[in-house]
Design a protein around this ligand. Structure first.
Ligand code: FRU
Length: 495
């Protein structure tokens, strides 16, 4: 049965979604049907296709009572919109259906697990409770489970807060058992990741505390995911209130990737390496799935909570996801590259080899705002060069720059002059691995976003660009020496 709230959201989306001008949407990145989008949810395989749900408030371009929007795809680039999946229409989720995960049940149904939020007044203050809830469906319509909520304050280990208990990410183990991770706030006021187990997907029990923040990486954690990769185990979380640490972690809302090992017997995770997931300005709440051919693919919200008020006037649709990325490990580092399916959408190759560069230069055929471009540079002499710079989304007035200094290994992204309507954080620096001044930068641009992949995925950096699409000039410049540059640039088109 479709509730009144769900029907209202579906009708609203059907009416106003088609009125969002195409120019307001990227070409191949996921956006909301209409209105506001945040975290990816339920990113999973169902009946041979990839489903993606998302935190959704159709009625405005600002966060509000959360629904789950829904799409599916076969190749991570061409998406089919499906009707709104969940609305906050029950007592236990009346203030929002918050983030969660999905799995396919052996009987062919799809199971969603999400956080139900319910707020009430206590001593003149609003106090919210978060519980974990289920919904079952056929890939289009969902029924909330009559046994909801399935995890509440009573299931939490001592000291964990029922007010901060959310974001279940669920998967099925090779032996058929179900597992999920959630976050909570531990007694020390900082985040922890809890592991939960179930035989049937409906009845859940606490298994272990997988990892604790101990106020080291931010305070409260959000949106965990936990998966095997290359013989190791990876835990990702999105911490709030991060303190900056060198050039690895910036302040505020961040993302952290922990690589280690996992003992299934006692549910213990041993952390061996920690890094940022993304080094750009806009990236949060990442979630992964395993593809039908065994790849681990991650998608995230290409945004930062601190800058969500930076919206152009009059828009009808706000928020987009990153391009789905294939993950792998190289030693103790997480490697991420755009899904290989992107290559199918490349058109009009423009290739330059061995360009000798110093002064600011633009090259014939190398411009645009929807493109996949790889730039490799190397010094031409032993003295090297001081810096190398790529300017994109440029016109007479605006530009966004990516600069590399071989001496320090620092890459600096600067969009201060990109045309943003507010003075939000615009500059980010991070360290690339130094290789005698050799550097490879892959730029994936889709109208108002840039995702940068450094040295074949050793680092990724995502950011939104606020310049109008007409700002499409790209230029290259080196200082303090001549560099040799190779370029391979493709346009991207959706047939
Ligand atoms: C992360 C988050 C989640 C929560 C959701 C609410 O961005 O705060 O922890 O479930 O957004 O929309």
């Amino acid at each position: 049965m479709t509730s009144e709230q769900l029907q209202k959201a579906r009708t609203f989306e059907e009416t106003y979604g088609p009125r969002v001008p195409e120019s307001e949407r990227p070409l191949f990145h996921v956006t909301a049907g209409v209105g506001w989008l945040n975290d990816p949810n339920g990113f999973s395989v169902y009946r041979g296709e990839y489903h993606l749900f998302y935190q959704y408030h159709p009625y405005s371009t600002h966060w509000g009572p959360m629904h789950w929007g829904h799409l599916k795809t076969k190749d991570f680039l061409k998406w089919e919109r499906l009707p709104v999946a969940l609305a906050p229409d029950c007592e236990y989720d009346r203030d929002g259906c918050w983030s969660g995960g999905a799995v396919e049940l052996p009987d062919g149904r799809q199971l969603l697990m999400y956080t139900g939020r319910r707020a009430q007044e206590e001593n003149g203050m609003e106090v919210a409770y978060q519980t974990q809830c289920l919904a079952v469906g056929d890939g289009r319509d969902y029924q909330k489970y009559e046994g909801n909520p399935v995890l509440t304050a009573e299931n939490l280990p001592d000291g964990c807060s029922p007010h901060e208990f959310r974001d279940p990410k669920m998967w099925r183990e090779p032996d058929g058992a179900y597992r999920a991770v959630t976050v909570t706030c531990a007694a020390d006021g900082s985040g922890a990741v809890l592991l939960w187990g179930s035989g049937d997907g409906f009845s859940w029990r606490f298994e272990s505390v997988l990892e604790r923040c101990r106020n080291e990486y931010g305070a409260m954690w959000e949106c965990p995911d936990f998966f095997p990769l290359g013989g190791r185990q990876v835990l990702i979380v999105s911490p709030m209130e991060m303190r900056p640490m060198g050039l690895e972690f910036h302040a505020g809302y961040g993302t952290v990737c922990m690589i280690g090992s996992y003992n299934r017997e006692d549910g213990a995770f041993s952390r061996e390496a920690v890094q940022s997931l993304d080094y750009g300005l806009d990236f949060y709440a990442a979630q992964t799935l395993e593809t039908l051919d065994g790849r681990r693919v991650m998608i995230a919200w290409m945004q930062n909570w601190a800058t969500v008020a930076c919206q152009a006037h009059g828009i009808r649709c706000y928020g987009e996801m990153t391009i789905p990325r294939e993950l792998s490990l190289r030693g103790n580092r997480l490697i991420q590259n755009p899904v290989r399916e992107l290559e199918r959408y490349r058109v009009n190759p423009v290739v330059y080899r061995g360009i000798l560069l110093s002064e600011e230069t633009s090259l014939e055929g190398v411009r645009g705002r929807v493109l996949d471009m790889t730039v490799s540079v190397a010094p031409t002499s032993e003295n090297g060069y001081r810096w190398f710079k790529v300017r994109v989304a440029k016109d007479g007035e605006r530009e966004t720059t990516v600069q590399y200094e071989p001496e320090s290994g620092v890459i600096e992204i600067d969009r201060s002059r990109c045309g943003a309507p507010y003075d939000i954080t615009h500059v980010r620096k991070f360290l690339a691995r130094r290789q005698n001044g050799k550097l490879k930068l892959r730029f994936v641009m889709d109208r108002h976003s840039l995702e940068l992949f450094v040295n074949d995925g050793e680092q990724a950096a995502s950011l939104l660009l606020y310049a109008p699409e007409s700002a499409d000039v790209i230029s290259f410049e080196a200082d303090g020496g001549i560099v040799r540059m190779d370029i391979e640039k493709y346009g991207l088109e959706m047939p």
